[in-house]
Design a protein around this ligand. Sequence first.
Ligand SMILES: [Zn+2]
Length: 431
Amino acid sequence: MENGLISVDRWAKGSSAYFLTHLHSDHTIGLSSSWSYAPLFCSRLTAKLLPFKFPDFDLSLVRILDTGSWHTLSPSPAFPATLHVFAIDACHCPGSIMLVFRGEFGCRLYTGDFRWEPSCEKARKAREMLVDVVKDDVVDVVYLDNTYSNPIYDFPSRQLAANRIIDIISSHPDHDIIIGINTLGKEDLLLQIARALKIKIWVWPERLQTMHLLGFHDIFTTNTTLTRVRAVPQYSFSIDTLEALNTMRPTIGIMPSALPWVKKSLQKGELLSGSFLTSRFKRGRMSENGVQIDKQIGNTGPLDKFHEYIYSVPYSDHSNFAEIEDFIRLVHPATLKGIVSSSSCYIEPMYYFGRLCRVNQPIRRQLHNMHKRVEAVSPKISFGGDNVKSERNKGKNLKGKFLGVRVSKLSIYRRRQRGVKIVEDNSLDQD
Ligand SMILES: [Zn+2]
């Protein structure tokens, strides 16, 4: 069911306003150049990048949400309620924001994808801003970036991971270097590499245009003769590619990601992101409630060499488990809901973080109560998304898979999912 007042990172018809947290493709499924259902709210930088991703998009629909102040949508024929929204830097990729909503439905916080490291100055300021915004309020629901909401995800800050990547490149002075990146994000990493090693970095032509839009004019190039370091699209980062490159020149690949890769029968031609190994983790015992407890193998630090030619370094634009825990402790919401339903090692976030919520009670009872409360106040308010029942069942299915083969292709799962899963109040009674 898609009807509702607003949608966040969901683009089906039926809402009166739409909010875009950032331009990664798993948050824009359904958005297109011809999309025109209602006003679209996003950060200033996302608005700048939007026409590049969606040429011919009707820019008269775009509304800018600057961070640091409340924005109010007043009732009108097109928008039948009063809504207040506050945007805060999510420190995930250029233009990314998290959103605090206030309205008849109460106060809700949608994190989008975010990384708030204690050592990051930008994140510290964002954190202070959030504290100030919610200090007199109870956050009824946090829609959480639960990508790494499992204690196995104990990876370092981006700064430490970047240092490690620079070390790897420095220790291979005669090698070409291939780094797998997305169409947006990891710019800071590339800048640090360029500065530390005093080199330019090759990117593909569309990515160079994005870099120019972001204001980086001198560091990146599309001329392969100018540098030995190339940032390539993740989809082209494969074992086959690296083996082929090594027949011409010594080359190593670096994948900056904290997602564990899957070790299974590697097929020739299969992409690394769907076929590699998870050597940093091992299967642990089952807990009493059927949750698989994984453990990291030893203290391998931020570096793992997975293959003769490939390193995987957990440079992540998503918060690790401890950072998420800190975040929930800070916000102290009534309840929370994960927005990533098919991440690796999926576990309902309330399992680990419910003790940090105000309503510390079994999930089923809590959801039931929340439904009754929301319905009493405003039955028509909804945040678009799959219903709770289907999402929770997906979670159960994934848990089931943990008993056997590890869930594979998890990075691809994440990109393929249909938008972000958000609680839809009208369906809470279906479970
Ligand atoms: Zn993202």
